[in-house]
Design a protein around this ligand. Structure first.
Ligand code: SI3
Length: 294
């Protein structure tokens, strides 16, 4: 399970000037993370805008990433889609292109019973031999995973862990206790990486890691060496950046504008996620300067 522990970047959607998927930008971005020392990528999740892309586009994205870094990094494919049918199709595709694991949110829009969500996840779990990581993000999906259902699913051979993006480290600890010592728990809220790790998370998957991978790697390093004081300092610096990023019209618009200043042009987020405005450019430049100081 070691390959899933530590800092896993939630990979961004990359588009060209027409708003189409840009496979070359995907490859450049994946290579950039590999060279920064990141161990793994989470492809097609919230930061990847998977829910705003067609099934064919989502396959194209995963293929580009796999071709570039599939043999060098841990690749987790987020395959959750509103329908079970498409989610299963994406899971099978992820297996065909040799991703290391699949992961999925519950279906979105309809108010679903726990049985329904269990059925949805089980269809994906049973459709491949790949490890499966449950994605719990109740503030976006509206579905709150109970510790009971988590315990039931964690007993299945393929289910190796949960990515928990709810902002409760108590819940994180409860999930770890329910899944047992070999069950992976991956922290979702980047602002609480240190808190999540100290409550039992084995690492994290995050949407802001992608603009400052070095800082999250340093933070993880301090945690591993037991240097809590420095870890708190790095988390503080990271949180200053996140707080500013959250002021932009969309988080991903801000992240993409920042990456552009780092020489990586991955386009704008797909609407309805808004890009930064001209007015925001100064703030983006200030943030970029701040990051280069660290
Ligand atoms: O791409 C992904 O699946 C994520 O990055 C999910 C992740 O947990 C994000 N949470 C939400 C609610 O979007 C965080 O990375 C989040 O962007 C960050 O903590 C800033 O608030």
């Amino acid at each position: 399970l070691n390959k899933f522990k530590g800092v896993i970047v939630a990979f961004y959607g990359c588009y060209d000037g027409n708003g189409d998927i840009d496979p070359q930008a995907m490859r450049d971005l994946a290579r950039y993370y590999k060279e920064a020392g990141v161990k793994g990528l989470y492809v097609g999740g919230s930061s990847g805008e998977g829910m705003l892309q067609s099934t064919a586009e989502r396959k194209l994205v995963l293929e580009a990433v796999m071709e570039e870094v599939g043999s060098e990094m841990t690749i987790i494919a987020h395959v959750g889609a509103p329908s079970t049918r498409e989610s299963v199709e994406l899971a099978k595709h992820a297996e065909a292109v040799k991703a290391d694991a699949v992961s999925a949110v519950p279906s979105i829009y309809y108010r679903l019973s726990p049985d329904s969500v269990e059925h949805h996840w089980r269809a994906m779990i049973d459709s491949t031999a790949l490890p499966f990581i449950i994605y719990h993000i109740p503030q976006l999906t509206g579905f709150h995973l109970s510790t009971g259902l988590l315990k039931k699913l964690s007993a299945l051979d393929n289910v190796i862990g949960v990515k928990i993006s709810s902002e409760s480290t108590y819940e994180l600890q409860q999930f770890k206790a329910a899944g047992g010592p070999d069950f992976l728990v991956l922290n979702g809220p980047d602002e609480q990486y240190l808190a999540g790790r100290s409550m039992g998370a084995d690492g994290g998957i995050g949407g802001t890691y992608g603009v400052m991978p070095e800082l999250f790697l340093k933070l993880e390093q301090c945690i591993q060496t037991g240097d809590l004081e420095s870890a708190r300092e790095w988390q503080g610096k990271i949180n200053e950046v996140i707080s500013e990023l959250l002021q932009f019209p969309s988080l991903y618009g801000g992240c993409k504008a920042l990456l552009k200043l780092r020489g990586l042009d991955i386009g704008e987020p797909r609407l309805p996620l808004l890009p930064v405005t001209d007015r925001d450019q100064e703030a983006v430049a200030r943030l970029h300067d701040k990051l280069t100081e660290y």
